[in-house]
Design a protein. Structure first.
Length: 275
C-alpha cells in the first residue's frame, strides 16, 4: 500500500480546501451586489415609434467598486442605445459586452461609480388601429431596495390604462403627463410586470411636439417678450420734450443764419456815381 508522507498529505488537504472555498467565495461576491434604487422610465412613442426604456440605477453603498454587472434587456431590442455612468453630473458612455440567452440580451460592463444609466428601444409596442399595448418585464437579477416606475403618456394619447395601477397622472416639466409610483423592494431574482394600454389617433412623436409647444402660456410677463403697452417714466417724458425743444432752437437758428447770409450776398453796396 502506497504511503503518503505527512507533508504531502498536508499539501493535498490544503489544495482540496481551497477548491471547496473558491466557488463559494466567488458566488458570495456576485450575490452581494444589490441596487439601492432602480427607476424604470417607460416612454412610448417619444422620439422613436417604439418604447423607450430607461434604467436609472444606483448601487447599494456597500458594493465595492469597481465591480462587474450584468443586466438583461429584450433580445428583440438589439443592442442598447446607451450604457453610461454618471460622473460629476455628466453621463459618460462606457464599454460593454453582449451575449444572447434565449429571449434576453445580457449586457455586461464594469461600473466604477454607483450611479448608472441604461436605455434601449423595445419594438414590442403593439399597435392595432388607434390602440397601443405594451408589456414590460423586469426579469429580476439583482435585489432592489426601492423600485420606481415612471410611465410617460404620449402626446395626444387618451384613455391611459396601467396594470397594476400606479395612481393618477401629473404634468411633468416636459408638459406631458407622467404616472409615477414607488413600487417598493424586490428580492434577488424577483421579477416585476407592468401592462400599458392607451389610445392614440396618430403617429406623431412626443419629442416633436415638445419642441414646438411653449412650456407656459405666453403673457406680458413671459421672459423675453416685449410688452405692447409702454410704461415710460415721467423723467423720460420731460427729457424727450427738452430734447425736441433744443432741436427746434438749433434748426431755427440755422434757418435765420442762412437767410441773413443770402440777403447780404444778394444786395451788395451800391457804387457811387461820378459827378
Amino acid at each position: 500500500m502506497l504511503k503518503v508522507s505527512p507533508n504531502r498529505q498536508f499539501v493535498i488537504s490544503l489544495l482540496l480546501l481551497i477548491l471547496l472555498i473558491t466557488p463559494t467565495a466567488a458566488q458570495a461576491q456576485v450575490t452581494s451586489v444589490s441596487l439601492s434604487s432602480l427607476e424604470v422610465d417607460l416612454w412610448p412613442e417619444y422620439d422613436e415609434p417604439d418604447m423607450l426604456v430607461i434604467y436609472k440605477i444606483t448601487l447599494a453603498s456597500d458594493v465595492s467598486l469597481p465591480t462587474s454587472l450584468t443586466f438583461k434587456i429584450p433580445a428583440a431590442a438589439g443592442s442598447p442605445h446607451a450604457v453610461a455612468e454618471l460622473q460629476v453630473d455628466t453621463l459618460v458612455n462606457i464599454t460593454y459586452t453582449e451575449r444572447l440567452e434565449g429571449d434576453w440580451n445580457l449586457i455586461t460592463f464594469t461600473a466604477t461609480v454607483p450611479e448608472l444609466w441604461i436605455e434601449y428601444y423595445d419594438p414590442a409596442l403593439e399597435k392595432t388601429g388607434d390602440t397601443r399595448q405594451y408589456s414590460f418585464v423586469w426579469p429580476g437579477g439583482y435585489a432592489v431596495n426601492s423600485l420606481i416606475v415612471d410611465v410617460q403618456q404620449p402626446w395626444n394619447a387618451q384613455n391611459m390604462r396601467i396594470s397594476p395601477s400606479i395612481g393618477t397622472g401629473q404634468t411633468g416639466s416636459d408638459t406631458l403627463t407622467h404616472y409615477i409610483a414607488q413600487v417598493g423592494s424586490l428580492e434577488e431574482g424577483q421579477s416585476f410586470n407592468l401592462e400599458i394600454m392607451y389610445e392614440k389617433p396618430d403617429d406623431v412623436l412626443s419629442a416633436e411636439m415638445i419642441k414646438v409647444q411653449p412650456a407656459e402660456p405666453l403673457t406680458e410677463d413671459t421672459s423675453g417678450r416685449v410688452s405692447s403697452t409702454l410704461n415710460i417714466p415721467n423723467d423720460l417724458i420731460w427729457l424727450g420734450l427738452l430734447g425736441i425743444l433744443g432741436l427746434g432752437l438749433i434748426i431755427g437758428g440755422a434757418v435765420w443764419y442762412f437767410r441773413s447770409s443770402q440777403k447780404e450776398t444778394a444786395a451788395p453796396p451800391r457804387r457811387r456815381r461820378s459827378p
